[in-house]
Write a protein that binds this ligand. Sequence first.
Ligand code: PLP
Length: 355
Amino acid sequence: MRPARALIDLDALRHNYLIARQRHGGRVFAVVKANAYGHGAVACAQALSWDTDAYAVAFLEEAIALRDSGIKAPILLLEGVFDPAELLETARYGFWPVIHHPAQVEMIMKTALPASLRVWLKINSGMNRAGLPPADVRRTWRRLIASHKVEECGFISHFARADEPDCDATGHQIRVFDEATRGLPGARSLANSAAILGWPDAHRDWSRPGIMLYGADPMPEENNGLHPVMTLESQIIAVRNLAAGEPVGYGARFIAPRPIRIGLVAIGYADGYPRSAPEGVPVAVDNKFTSLIGRVSMDMLTVDLTDLPSTGIGSVVELWGKQVSVNQVAQAAGTISYELLCNVKRVSFVWNKSS
Ligand SMILES: *Cc1c(COP(=O)(O)O)cnc(C)c1O
């Protein structure tokens, strides 16, 4: 079997979850959208079911998959519903939709529902992506309650720049949110991972940790004690010596500056390792650091083994995990940990309880 694997450490997931809960207090929506950021939504949701109050996913199908797997806790739909049929299903399942746009409010008004809803009104506090204008919140809340289709209404907003500790945009968003919801009854939820860790002023009734559950710190310069959950690894499947001046891989991006020994690794961009990774991105081969050389191919990539004479075919290569931080790879590749983790596919997944 091809040795490319994603090892998912569910103990690390629980460890990170407890940090999120302790740092924020109150109740927790464990965010498991996008297949739990590539870690396996059902396995991760089950691993957190001993404690979490609820889950958050992006849309209805993601919620149904969790419910069908035996997850009993409430599930929040962060993007809400897309049409009246979805609203009916949402009411039937008892999922909690976010209402972020007037069209979704009208849908509730016009659709006969089999059960009353518990909704979360999303307020645009400054990100200008999803959310009702702050000035519309009171009127919308009154309409929803008066419709008798909504039995409970919470309030939610999302930060654009919570991972920038010195940026006053987050403080401004908090003030806009508080002003828009002042005096209204109902639970509040503001904090994603970065705000859980960096913005105590944003802590309300419910937190919404995502990336921190998976151990990729949104503010890596701090030491928040998170443990990486995913180890993406494969093995060396061929070894070759190159003379000075010989090229490696597509486009001959790398040319050996001196005689070198290279290892071919069975993993590539079709598995989710970024093709944009430049020369020198760290990898660990048999627990020793070395680096990527040459362009990443669809199914393979190459690493420098010159200074690791004890390595060879069968040596284990960690692309990211406990040794190589996914944040470091993401930064080198011009992206963020979220995208790398979400994109892992085609490899075999192993969910283990202890590392
Ligand atoms: C994805 C998401 C989160 C989780 O964000 P992280 O940065 O991964 O913690 C929280 N709230 C909303 C609305 C989201 O879409």
